[in-house]
Design a protein around this ligand. Structure first.
Ligand code: C2E
Ligand code: CA
Ligand code: CA
Ligand code: CA
Length: 278
């Protein structure tokens, strides 16, 4: 108690304090990570599968812990969600992404940026106010910034969820459904969500041409995109053959190590300059 309320120690029966688990260490350090400058955003290009030109970038968060090194977002985002830091961190990521996009757009005016949105942010009206204010202050036009929501969010078909999504669209955000195909969204409901992009999960992209049903599934997702009149982006493209199959299926946009890994700010700008009008 003397160490303050954000601090806890594990009691062990032999009287000695057990060493804190990795989870506890990360949880305690996360509260300071943003202020301590340990977070940064990297950017992965999204390209047109036909010309190879840069269409946009996805913002991805990175955390370098002073002693544990680089911690994956897969590990720390759930902690940030459970502890509440995701609200401040998510708004900061959006602010970074808007600033970078403004600089890229001086080179290539049509570019977009995608930012991942946590379910915790989407459930919090004050957090959404913050995001809308950041977008308004950036001066970026409608549709230039897209928020990626995981498909699992669509199981909530409440009017409250729909009205929040409509509100984000009205504020000028595009809305992408991330990891599409691995969740359980009903196609009938999908039509009622005000979305602008579907992202084919890499679970269907990587096994393309290895037999199985991924080609049929990818084809079906492209058809859903056409029916809903939304963009379809295939993610996790690693080989030229995967890109060929997707192109033949009519998928126009892609993202993956084949084109570029997530890039630091300076490298992302250089990438935009090098992949201009193709
Ligand atoms: P995601 O949104 O599905 O992001 C795609 C992940 O796939 C990224 O992992 C990216 O680096 C990786 N990736 C891209 N191309 C390839 C490829 O060709 N092959 C393979 N094997 N992987 C590829 P990353 O950066 O580790 O992010 C993991 C997840 O963490 C993201 O999955 C997203 O759900 C979450 N995340 C990252 N940044 C943020 C953020 O700012 N906010 C929130 N709420 N979540 C974030
Ligand atoms: Ca994403
Ligand atoms: Ca994804
Ligand atoms: Ca994913």
């Amino acid at each position: 108690k003397q160490q303050g309320k954000n601090c806890f120690r594990v009691w062990s029966p032999d009287g000695a304090a057990a060493p804190p688990s990795r989870q506890q260490l990360l949880g305690e350090a996360l509260g300071q990570a943003l202020a301590a400058g340990q977070l940064r955003v990297v950017y992965q290009p999204q390209v047109t599968l036909v010309g190879g030109g840069c269409m946009g970038m996805e913002a991805l968060l990175r955390w370098t812990h002073p002693t544990l090194g680089v911690v994956s977002p897969v590990e720390f985002i759930p902690l940030a969600e459970a502890q509440g830091e995701i609200i401040a961190i998510g708004e900061w990521v959006l602010r970074q992404a808007c600033a970078q996009l403004s600089s890229w757009r001086t080179v290539q005016p049509g570019l977009r940026v995608s930012v991942n949105l946590s379910a915790v942010q989407l459930a919090d009206d004050a957090a959404l106010d913050g995001l809308c204010a950041v977008l308004a202050a950036s001066g970026l036009p409608c549709g230039a910034v897209e928020l990626e929501l995981t498909e699992s969010l669509l199981v909530d078909r409440s009017e409250a969820m729909l009205s929040r999504m409509r509100r984000l669209r009205a504020a000028g955000f595009g809305l992408a459904i991330d990891d599409f195909g691995v969740g359980y969204s009903s196609l009938a409901y999908l039509d009622s969500f005000p979305i602008t992009t579907l992202k084919i999960d890499r679970a269907f992209v990587q096994p393309l041409l290895q037999g199985g049903h991924s080609t049929a599934i990818a084809r079906a997702i492209v058809a859903i995109g056409v029916a809903l009149k939304v963009d379809v982006v295939a993610e996790g493209i690693e080989t030229p053959l995967q890109a060929d199959v997707l192109r033949e299926l009519g998928c126009l946009l892609g993202q993956g190590y084949l084109f570029a890994k997530p890039l630091e700010e300076a490298a992302a700008l250089a990438w935009v300059q090098a992949h201009g009008d193709e």
